[in-house]
Ligand binder design. Structure first.
Ligand SMILES: CC(=O)SCCNC(=O)CCNC(=O)[C@H](O)C(C)(C)COP(=O)(O)OP(=O)(O)OC[C@H]1O[C@@H](n2cnc3c(N)ncnc32)[C@H](O)[C@@H]1OP(=O)(O)O
Length: 167
């Protein structure tokens, strides 16, 4: 039997983050097998996902995996290993701050029927810790006005404006 392929080493998520989750839930790196565990359906609570084949999912997963130390996508699963929540932090390598690292939190989604159980808070705490452990000097994110209160509960501060040019 081959072992499951994760996006990054699961030991980068400290046991204490696991232990503080509500009973029956598990937090771990994205797996290539999560395609069949509802990961795209969870992301659809955030925005349009579009049709993505199993092959396209695997290709994206392998691309992320090859960019070592850059893409950290985590999921929270239930007791049946079905995906209930997902989030990412991308580690940017800068020139400023002496070639400093900045974490960018992206694409946070908790399944509609799982919201309000602190899964979002656990995602953000875990992603923030991953960025800190990687050596980032800051973590930033964009969100709607409606979600500012959530991120404040996670310890983040509202410090500016978001600019966008959509194509
Ligand atoms: C960078 C980005 O991706 S921004 C996009 C974020 N994602 C979305 O908007 C998709 C749809 N929404 C969701 O997936 C979820 O509702 C999330 C991620 C916003 C929140 O996740 P949840 O698991 O429901 O929140 P969680 O239970 O962890 O809440 C933690 C605290 O924040 C509060 N909170 C949750 N959502 C909000 C909100 N929109 N505004 C104000 N406070 C909030 C909760 O009441 C809780 O407070 P408490 O500690 O006083 O009880």
């Amino acid at each position: 039997m081959t072992s499951e392929q994760y996006l990054f080493d699961p030991s980068l998520i400290p046991a204490s983050f696991q232990e503080s989750l509500p009973a029956g839930y598990h937090i771990r790196p994205l797996s290539v097998l999560d395609y069949n565990r509802g990961v795209l359906e969870v992301l659809a609570v955030l925005t349009t996902v579009g049709p993505i084949s199993k092959e396209e999912f695997a290709t994206q997963f392998q691309y992320w995996k090859k960019q070592n130390d850059t893409y950290y996508v985590i999921v929270i699963t239930d007791a049946k290993n079905q995906v209930m929540a997902i989030g990412s932090v991308i580690i940017e390598r800068k020139l400023i701050h002496q070639c400093g690292l900045a974490g960018h939190i992206e694409d946070i989604a908790v399944a509609s029927d799982q919201q309000g159980k602190k899964l979002g808070l656990h995602l953000i705490n875990t992603l923030t810790n991953i960025a800190k452990t990687a050596g980032a000097y800051k973590v930033i994110l964009d969100c709607s006005i409606e979600n500012v209160g959530f991120y404040e509960k996670c310890g983040y501060k509202n410090v500016g404006a978001q600019m966008k040019l959509a194509f």
